[in-house]
Ligand binder design. Structure first.
Ligand SMILES: Cc1ncc(COP(=O)(O)O)c(C=O)c1O
Length: 374
């Protein structure tokens, strides 16, 4: 038998999979049948709690859980909710916006792209003007927290414009949902996607879609795939509470526990407040050591922060990463396309004390590498 008594978790300062609580991990030590009454009750509970987290319980929205990572749920929405002759207007300021465009290319969905620099939020006037000029646009897609940099896009303001032109509005809120409060109805969102292993602090295994029911009903019969059909998936869950195909039972049980822990923490606002504290602790410490953030503070969200590589010839990211990893701190490589950066996530079951411990480790590693920033 494997002896797990000596196992020690590393602390993940990543955007997911991320550090989870011991109770969330322990919840997975159960085998439940996917058609078991208890499991069906768990699924029902999860779906209600997700709507609560999006502030739309009882407001004409539905929660659909989809097997796979978050991208599967994004692909599910794009391939189910955009009509064959539709046009997806994609607002891009990072790698995840580009991924939506790539999925559309593969699905042969026509797109219209508005790309702005990765360190700026999109210009609302430009969005309005594109929608005014292109009446054949059916859908508008945007990322909420573009995890490439950590920038937060103004989904409510964009939603007002999208609704003025009566288009379908899709938001990828993968790394923000559960920690950056947003009332989906107020933001005029038709479809929002996030996943288990982000701010709700569950383990990987599935994503979920929060859909305005009216918009969801229109997707009937439109899906390009069997497995990612959001209408059929929803109908199955509604009919008998079950999944059409094998669900990740253990990660769903863990997620149920994670949602209860979100409630115990005080809900989305309180979770956001803890992450904000993590973020403030992080940037204060990093700035003190001489690191510079990629974004200006006005655009920087509290989910994840991109730091520029220090201008010191002794600095080598792989080496830096490995040394921190040996000390049990996992940070994240950069994704910004035009600058050398690395990222540190503020989300997951981590607290300011963990961030302070990471900062001390970074200080020691820099000393060891003979990298002076000041
Ligand atoms: C904004 C955003 N979209 C999509 C994804 C992709 O999610 P997954 O890796 O679970 O497919 C991520 C992952 O971090 C993300 O941050």
């Amino acid at each position: 038998m494997t002896d797990i008594s000596g196992w020690k978790d590393k602390i993940l300062f990543t955007p997911g999979p991320l550090t989870t609580s011991k109770t969330v991990k322990t919840a997975m030590l159960r085998d439940l049948g996917s058609r078991d009454f208890e499991f069906i009750k768990i699924i029902k509970d999860i779906r209600v709690k997700l709507l609560e987290a999006g502030q739309v319980e009882g407001k004409g929205y539905e929660a659909i859980i989809m097997q796979g990572s978050g991208t599967f749920s994004i692909e599910a929405v794009l391939s189910s909710a955009i009509p064959p002759d539709g046009i997806n207007f994609i607002i891009i300021n990072g790698a995840y916006g580009k991924r939506i465009a790539k999925i559309c290319d593969i699905l042969k969905i026509k797109t219209l792209i508005y790309e702005c620099p990765e360190n700026t939020t999109p210009d609302l006037k430009e969005i309005d003007s594109v929608l005014k000029k292109n009446n054949d646009i059916t859908t508008v897609s945007v990322i909420h927290c573009e995890t490439t940099t950590g920038i937060i896009n103004p989904i409510k303001e964009i939603g007002e414009i999208v609704s003025k032109y009566k288009k379908t509005y899709f938001v990828d809120a993968m790394s923000s949902f559960g920690a950056v409060p947003a009332d989906l109805d107020e933001c005029r969102i038709d479809f929002l996607v996030s996943s288990a292993n982000k701010c709700i602090e569950g383990v990987p295994g599935f994503g979920f879609i929060l859909a305005k029911k009216q918009s969801l009903l229109k997707t009937k019969g439109m899906a390009r795939t069997l497995t990612l059909d959001i209408y059929d998936q929803w109908e199955g869950l509604e009919k008998n509470g079950q999944f059409r195909f094998t669900p990740p039972t253990h990660s769903l049980i863990a997620f149920h526990q994670a949602l209860m822990e979100l409630e115990q923490e005080g809900g989305v606002e309180s979770r956001g407040a803890r992450y904000k504290l993590n973020y403030q602790t992080l940037i204060a410490g990093m700035r003190k050591m001489g690191f510079k953030e990629y974004l200006t503070p006005e655009d920087q969200g509290y989910i994840i922060t991109s730091f520029r590589y220090p201008l010191n010839s002794n600095f080598n990211f792989e080496n830096f990463y490995e040394k921190l990893n040996k000390l049990d701190y996992v940070i994240y490589p950069g994704k910004v396309s035009n600058a050398d950066c690395f990222r540190i996530g503020n989300i997951g079951r981590i607290f300011p004390t963990d961030v302070k411990a990471l900062l001390a480790a970074i200080h020691n590693v820099l000393d060891e590498m003979e990298v002076s920033l000041l």
